[in-house]
Design a protein around this ligand. Structure first.
Ligand SMILES: *Cc1c(COP(=O)(O)O)cnc(C)c1O
Length: 395
């Protein structure tokens, strides 16, 4: 009783890590082994039946992967976590575990491009209806929940236009209708936002992004109550979307600096969003940390920081984007985000590469948009780089 809960920085470093005693390695070993051997048949059977801890086969469990699951579990304040080979594997496994023919999903138009594809293309083939609402129209979402809903799927802030959803309000409305609430927390990270504390049932990450933070490993994870996570884990054991131990190690190593990276990225993204707002070549800046952002007050109440991703549209539209992007010296032009390096790109080749121009238009994504994921560089250098790249771009 009364034991102080560790801070997120301490958890980023220590959660899931082994105790260094008796000459054991201080760092989590990469257990690059498919199976685990037993000489004692009874011990093997006890592990197989799950009455004793241990590992049998790495599609099911692996010690390095388990350490990664434990670190994310602690940071999200969840009972359990289970890891996957990518964020999309985590999302697909969650949806296909919890949904059956005849079920209805309610979500928003601005969810991640790959997730939208599941809603529009794959789930309907299994007789599951997905209703995609205007992302910030909370009343419309609540109306659809009342018409019957098995699962409410949310993302906040959204990709790439940084819309903000009131997670506590919608989680409570969804629970009144008996729906399970799933939140993709990739953009916010558990440093800035803890959806389970806001009433969500499950929280999902593409660990590929901020959690790993170094753009060198794919991974995904789902956290939540023991019973629900167990169901999803069971499906993953069978369909095989397991996380590789080497990737788990890279993600674990990256996560030790998660709190430092995110603190810097929050600060720099806000400074850059403010600077861009005054620029004549920029039409609109999308960042929930700006007081002028329509979701600012919700974001301020449910987030500790506003995150490391912002986007902005250029007055000169796609033609201006084609001149501006190649001029950036301190950014990878790539389809990724959340890394130590700054990364920039248009939605057509990044978040919504899976969608047609018509689909992007219907989602309200301007063709002249640039998504800018702020790295951990010195913010003065990033602003200088943006300034030189925007010079002479038509207003
Ligand atoms: C990248 C991303 C995903 C998909 O993750 P992968 O690891 O690339 O499969 C899902 N949701 C969001 C918000 C993302 O940014």
């Amino acid at each position: 009783m009364g034991e102080r809960r560790q801070g997120r920085g301490t958890m980023s470093v220590w959660a899931g890590e082994g105790r260094s005693s008796g000459g054991a390695p201080t760092q989590i070993p990469i257990v690059q082994s498919v199976s685990f051997g037993y000489d004692d048949m009874d011990a093997w059977m006890r592990v197989g039946r799950g009455v004793e801890p241990g590992h049998i086969y790495s599609r099911n469990t692996n010690p390095t992967v388990e350490a990664f699951e434990e670190k994310v579990r602690a940071l999200e304040g969840a009972e359990a976590a289970t890891a996957f080979g990518s964020g999309m594997a985590a999302i697909s496994n969650t949806l296909f575990t919890l949904l059956s023919p005849g079920d209805r999903v309610v979500s928003v138009k601005d969810s991640y491009g790959g997730t939208s594809k599941l809603f529009m293309e794959f789930l309907p083939r299994f007789g599951i209806e997905a209703v995609l609402c205007d992302t910030t129209d909370h009343a419309m979402i609540e109306g659809e929940l009342k018409r019957g809903c098995r699962l409410l799927y949310l993302e906040s802030p959204t990709n790439p236009t940084l819309k903000v959803i009131d997670i506590a309000r919608l989680a409570s409305s969804a629970h009144e209708c008996g729906a399970v609430v799933v939140v993709d927390n990739t953009f916010a990270t558990p440093i800035n936002q803890r959806p389970l504390e806001l009433g969500a049932d499950l929280v999902i990450h593409s660990a590929t992004k901020f959690l790993g933070g170094h753009a060198d490993a794919l991974g995904g994870v789902v956290c939540g109550p023991r019973a629900l996570v167990k169901e999803i884990f069971h499906f993953r054991e069978i369909n095989g979307a397991a996380l590789d131990p080497m990737a788990a190690y890279l993600l674990l190593r990256g996560m030790k600096t998660l709190h430092l990276r995110v603190a810097r990225q929050n600060e720099s993204a806000l400074a850059i969003a403010r600077w861009l707002t005054g620029h004549r070549a920029v039409r609109e800046v999308f960042y929930p940390g700006l007081e002028t952002h329509p979701g600012h007050s919700i974001a301020a109440s449910q987030m500790k920081g506003f995150g490391g991703v912002l986007s902005f549209s250029l007055a000169g539209d796609i033609e201006a984007v084609k001149v501006f992007l190649p001029r950036l010296k301190l950014a990878h032009r790539a389809a990724n985000l959340g890394a130590v390096e700054t990364i920039a790109g248009p939605p057509a080749t990044t978040s919504h590469v899976e969608c047609t121009p018509e689909e992007r238009f219907a989602m309200g994504i301007p063709e002249g948009l640039v998504r800018y994921s702020v790295g951990i560089e010195d913010v003065e250098d990033l602003i200088g780089d943006l300034a030189q790249a925007l010079e002479g771009i038509p207003a």
